[in-house]
Design a protein around this ligand. Structure first.
Ligand code: S1T
Ligand code: MG
Length: 542
């Protein structure tokens, strides 16, 4: 087989099921093999940021790698922001970049798409991927591919492979795709688990807080079993919203400090035995209330290590920790279930729509027809989603890049085969909404809710005096038709209910519901988030 085929088979063995990409002259031979071999389906899009976001979402929802294939320079540099997001939020995206042939690189001429040096691209990607290699030697390539893909799945982070265009058809051996999991010392694991069990036994108000690594490492079912055995309250972080949605664990809700449900905040901050599994300790997850969490009495398992109070057990992969805990902890008596109460029952009248009405309308829709996987952009749409019933959700809750929502919906539909619900603000839609034109070619039919407040509203909330936050009223519903879908513009609650019902009932092409929101109307969660942020900033300045 040739080198590209060897790589594609390896990707498939490591769990990749699709490629998103945009070719270029340095990547044409690679894309030829991708297309003609049929080893993995390839979905081409319009602009590289969308390629990265779609692959990221597919990787997140499956907890397995997905692939972003691009050309050298202009293509790969365009992919930097989504890959940085995937790095920050631990999504196993495999970047494959075409590159100048080994022979042409030696010509002494500057090569088109070159920035500073021919290796500049590799150097930049070293900062945002956990392993990299240039596949310029077909004899060594299979071993390099195996190393890089093992790192990708073991760390659940993006990796970078560069393929010179004159090496694509070189003969190569198949990659040894036997997994090489991280090794763990059983004495260290036993000691760590015993210490956690001891802490839980002494705690009078233990709480389990789950974060995104639980999905990244495919541990939702084991964590659900562990939660049942422990019989203690369970909440997710902001980033972890949507976790355990397919299990029978009665989640208390999502912890968001002063921005969140006050009962969940009291529970988490009042705990004298908080166990955090797979939690990224970012400011969005904790910033607003950080000082109030009792970190000395907490257990934090993340990034392959476990911290307890003042000491750290290095080299304890989450997978091993969760299964050892599951084996060790005694069965407690079940908690009376106290699940979150959520808004529903939209009053379908002529009143203007508020973000909370959107949550009501979506919950009503899900109650009637079943839930959908959700992809959300950053903006008030993500804070609004905190009032949705718990369903699988992908969103850049920590890295907070705009432009994620629409292409992430493609990733969800390609990876799961299910129709996704996409949430996106008007500002973010201006960045990647155009990509909806690709739905027709690839047979996708996402249901897209555009939160149109003619505004960069999140920014206005922090700095109301700036008029640059005003955006034009673009009538996104009209644009939908040109792009191959149907559009609905809803300005009243009745129109919202009707548009959602009709859009949900229409399959086979994307449906865009443009929801008109008055400027200044915030979801309850964003309102509390901004108030908490301002209070803290005032405290820091005084
Ligand atoms: N550029 C990119 C790629 N990502 C960002 N997060 C930003 C800029 C900064 C930024 C925000 S929130 C926001 C911007 C410009 C406004 C979002 O507007 P819209 O999508 O209409 O949503 P809403 O009106 O609900 O706020 C952040 C988080 O820093
Ligand atoms: Mg907006």
């Amino acid at each position: 087989m040739n080198l590209a085929e060897s790589l594609l088979h390896a990707l498939k063995d490591f769990g990749a099921e699709e490629i998103f990409g945009i070719p270029g002259d340095f990547a044409l031979p690679l894309f030829k093999v991708i297309e003609e071999s049929g080893i993995l389906p390839c979905y081409t899009l319009s602009h590289e940021p969308a390629v990265g976001f779609a692959a990221d979402a597919a990787a997140r929802i499956r907890g397995k790698p997905s692939v972003a294939a691009v050309t050298y320079g202009a293509g790969a540099f365009n992919l930097v922001n989504p890959v940085a997001a995937a790095y920050a939020e631990k999504s196993p995206v495999v970047v494959i970049s075409g590159a100048p042939g080994v022979a042409e690189a030696a010509s002494g001429l500057l090569i088109h798409h070159q920035a500073k040096h021919l290796k500049s691209q590799l150097e930049i990607y070293k900062e945002i991927t956990c392993d990299q290699c240039i596949l310029d030697d077909p004899a060594r390539a299979p071993e390099q591919i195996a190393r890089v893909l093992n790192r990708c799945v073991n760390e659940s982070r993006p990796v970078y492979l560069e393929m010179p265009r004159d090496r694509v058809f070189a003969e190569a051996e198949p990659v040894n795709t036997m997994r090489q999991p991280l090794s763990v010392r059983s004495e260290a694991l036993d000691a760590c688990v015993a210490e956690i069990a001891e802490r839980l036994a002494q705690s009078t108000s233990p709480v389990l807080l789950v974060g995104v690594e639980v999905r990244r490492f495919g541990l939702e079912d084991s964590v659900a079993r562990l939660a049942r055995k422990l019989g203690i309250p369970v909440a997710t972080t902001f980033m972890g919203r949507g976790l355990l949605a397919d299990t029978d664990v009665a989640l208390r809700g999502t912890y968001l400090g002063v921005a969140g449900d006050p009962e969940v905040t009291r529970l988490v901050e009042g705990s004298d035995g908080l166990v955090m599994l797979g939690v990224i300790t970012s400011d969005n997850n904790f910033g607003i209330s950080r000082r109030q969490i009792n970190l000395e009495k907490s257990v934090l398992a993340c990034d392959g290590a476990v911290s307890l109070g003042y000491h750290v057990y290095p080299d304890i992969p989450l997978v091993d920790l969760v299964s050892a805990l599951e084996r060790t902890v005694p069965i407690a008596k079940a908690l009376p279930s106290r699940a979150q109460t959520l808004p529903s029952g939209l009053v379908a009248d002529e009143a203007a729509i508020s973000p909370l009405d959107i949550a009501c309308a979506v919950n009503d829709l899900f109650a009637r027809h079943g839930t959908m996987p959700v992809a959300s952009d950053i903006g008030d749409c993500l804070f609004t989603a905190m009032d949705f019933v718990n369903t699988r959700l992908v969103a850049p809750g920590y890295y907070a890049t705009m432009g994620f929502g629409v292409p992430a919906g493609f990733g969800l539909q390609a990876a799961t085969g299910e129709r996704p619900l996409v949430l996106v603000g008007d500002g973010a839609f201006q960045m990647t909404g155009w990509e909806l034109l690709n739905c027709r070619r690839h047979g996708w039919d996402p249901l897209v809710l555009v939160f149109n407040n003619c505004s960069w509203e999140m920014l206005r909330a922090f700095q109301p005096e700036s008029s640059f936050n005003d955006l034009d009223d673009l009538h996104f519903a009209d644009i939908a038709r040109t792009l191959g879908g149907d559009g609905y513009r809803a300005a009243t609650r009745r129109e919202l209910r009707d548009a959602l019902a009709q859009a949900h009932a229409t399959r086979g092409r994307f449906q865009l519901v443009e929801i008109i929101l008055p400027r200044g109307a915030l979801s309850p969660t964003l309102d509390r988030f901004v108030a908490g942020f301002k209070k803290r900033r005032a405290g820091e300045q005084s």
